[in-house]
Unconditional design. Structure first.
Length: 377
């Protein structure tokens, strides 16, 4: 047992590299996609850690590695003080019960041939929980009640529900084994905007009632801000900034976070009118061949020769709980360094200017033909 003050989850130097294979006759490894490349983070019990970043920066891979759905290449995942990689057999099963996942697409994660009763009782039976048949039936009704669905819906199948109701079933399934940690990967991004807030509220209510700890992954900064105690921003497999939610949104220090924040519309029309957009030059570089030095240097308006190109910045604490990985964070914060225009950055790097954030993600979804709906507030 660990002390109550210890974080429930501690991730240390986590790396997940996927081999890139080529060749018809000989299966050769020609490189690696560095999906997660040295991430440290900790999540305190009963709190929510929000993870944001552009598509492809490694958020889902990090979540899957914590659950050991993918095998890490290096580093450690300590859950309640235990190294997850060291577990086998019954110990791994028990640990798995304590960590559950809420998926973006509940229709894809729920077996269409099972009715809700069967979907919710299956985990209890598999783990020998809930007592006999009567006990399991009672527990299933409790779960329906907890997620705000009528027991009359137990005989229905996933396709008979709306997206929001399906996500409630996904959440009921995830909490059925009374886990300590829930990893929610884009839990509301497939839902209508009008339903998103209801599902976020349900997650918050369940956290309060059940003392759950959350890792919430989302590209929507508004969702993460609302629900998180601490927010981490990922870029190309690494954390570039981490801070208490309010602090990160009020005073983002890393140039990438600043660009992401500047793309979020503000409800106040006067502030919105004056809002300055930070446009970034170029696209997200390939995680198979990340830039040297600071990985953001190919797009950063504040890049300084030659330190940014050569030296990897460490994630360091600038204020209590506020971590930033930028060589020049203080100078940027104090206005000592002026940013270059995106056109200047683009000219130096020989690339084109583009926006980042939610609109860019939507734009990418349209041109790349992403097969999932993307909604934002
Ligand atoms: N099983 C896999 N094999 C090879 N490459 C993978 C695999 N899973 C993910 N990747 C690659 O790893 C990188 C990170 O992917 P990941 O899905 O973790 O990103 P993400 O931040 O969750 O993106 P999104 O916001 O689009 O969900 C991407 O370049 C992706 O193509
Ligand atoms: S280290 Fe340099 S390139 Fe990286 S974010 Fe800071 S200023 Fe930009
Ligand atoms: Mg993802």
């Amino acid at each position: 047992m660990t002390a109550a003050g210890e974080p429930l989850l501690r991730v240390e130097g986590l790396r997940v590299h996927f081999p890139i294979r080529r060749g018809v006759f000989f299966d050769r490894t020609v490189g690696h996609v560095r999906a997660v490349d040295g991430v440290d983070l900790a999540i305190d019990r009963g709190t929510t850690y929000g993870l944001v970043g552009e598509s492809g920066c490694g958020k889902s891979t990090l979540g899957r590695a914590v659950l050991r759905l993918v095998e890490p290449t290096g580093g450690q995942v300590l859950f309640d003080g235990t190294d997850v990689a060291s577990l086998k057999g019954e110990a791994l099963r028990t640990m798995r019960r304590r960590m559950q996942m809420v998926f973006q697409d509940p229709l894809g994660s729920l077996d269409p041939r099972q009715d809700v009763e069967s979907l919710l009782s299956e985990p209890l039976r598999a783990h020998g929980l809930g007592g006999g048949t009567a006990g399991i039936a009672g527990r299933v009704r409790e779960l329906m009640d907890a997620v705000g669905l009528p027991s009359a819906a137990l005989r229905r199948y996933p396709h008979e529900f709306s997206g929001g109701q399906r996500q409630r079933i996904g959440i009921a399934r995830a909490i059925s084994l009374e886990p300590d940690l829930l990893i929610a990967d884009e839990p509301v991004s497939a839902l209508d905007v009008s339903v998103q807030a209801q599902v976020v509220n349900l997650l918050e209510e369940l956290q309060r009632r059940l003392g759950l700890t959350y890792l919430v992954i989302a590209h929507d900064l508004a969702v993460v801000r609302h629900i998180s105690d601490v927010v981490g921003v990922m870029y190309l497999g690494s954390l570039v900034e981490q801070a208490p939610s309010g602090v990160l949104y009020d005073e983002p220090l890393h140039p990438y976070t600043r660009a992401l924040m500047s793309a979020v519309p503000v409800p106040d029309p006067v502030v919105e009118e004056r809002r300055e957009r930070i446009l970034l030059a170029g696209d997200l570089p390939s995680p198979a061949n990340p830039p040297s030095g600071c990985r953001f240097h190919t797009r950063c308006p504040w890049r300084q020769e030659t330190r940014c190109d050569d030296e990897v910045p460490v994630l360091r604490e600038l204020a209590p709980g506020h971590l930033v990985s930028c060589h020049w964070a203080e100078e940027i914060r104090d206005g000592v360094l002026a940013p270059k225009s995106p056109e200047e950055v683009a000219a130096i790097q020989g690339v084109t200017v583009r926006a980042t954030g939610a609109e860019a993600i939507e734009s990418d979804a349209l041109v790349q033909g992403l097969d999932e709906p993307i909604e934002r507030r």
